[in-house]
Design a protein around this ligand. Structure first.
Ligand SMILES: [Zn+2]
Length: 216
């Protein structure tokens, strides 16, 4: 079995994602790119039942090399993110409550808080397509330019980074900003940052090491 350490890290982040309420049941999935391989969670297995052997090993074209279980249905968009963003080495897909709500209300998450800076700016909403399809992967591709996150219309969210720690941090902050925006929108008409205000904050955050992983 190749890559035992990243397999274990994937399981640890799956449990964290579940414990933190960023997804529910068997929904969501996590992958890591190592060299020219992708490790990804299997489809339909409860996270507490995952073992290192149950994580699927794929090549960069999505062909399964190791593992007896069926890989996640979302292999197409994980592989697409890796092919589009050479710095991406971990992808986390969640079904978070506020991120999913926000994805039904806007085409691009408004700049309500500067903690969208680590994501690269206003996170776009990928058009709806059924889970597991190449069409969904294509819609993610159309929404991801210059960002490290997308919202998926009527579905959830996905974030990626140089490692699992960064991808997870982005998922966590994205859900927090979506919660702020959804609650503010429910209460009234929220004030938004101007592009200049946001870019000033983004320069400070990305240049100062304000967040782990934010220097890239
Ligand atoms: Zn999903």
């Amino acid at each position: 079995m190749q890559y035992p350490t990243p397999r274990r890290q994937i399981i640890d982040y799956c449990m964290k994602m579940l414990d933190d309420g960023l997804t529910l049941g068997t929904s969501g999935n996590i992958s890591v790119r190592v060299d020219d391989h992708v490790l990804i969670t299997p489809s339909g297995v409860p996270y507490p039942d995952l073992t290192p052997e149950s994580i699927c090993l794929l090549d960069m074209a999505g062909h399964q090399l190791e593992g007896d279980l069926k890989p996640s249905t979302e292999v197409p968009f994980h592989e697409l993110i890796y092919s589009r963003d050479p710095k991406a080495a971990a992808v986390i897909h969640t079904h978070p409550v506020y991120g999913t709500v926000a994805g039904t209300l806007c085409d691009s998450l408004p700049l309500i808080h500067y903690m969208l800076a680590p994501h690269g700016g206003s996170v776009r909403v990928a058009d709806y397509a059924r889970f597991g399809t190449q069409e969904l992967a294509d819609n993610v591709s159309a929404a991801m330019a210059g960002r490290k996150a997308v919202l998926l219309r009527n579905h959830g969210a996905a974030c990626w980074g140089k490692d699992l720690a960064e991808a997870y941090m982005l998922c966590d902050y994205l859900e927090w900003v979506c919660k702020v925006w959804v609650i503010a929108r429910t209460a009234g008409t929220p004030a938004l940052l101007t592009t200049d205000q946001f870019e000033e904050a983004m320069t400070e955050i990305t240049g100062s090491g304000y967040l782990p992983g934010s220097r890239d």
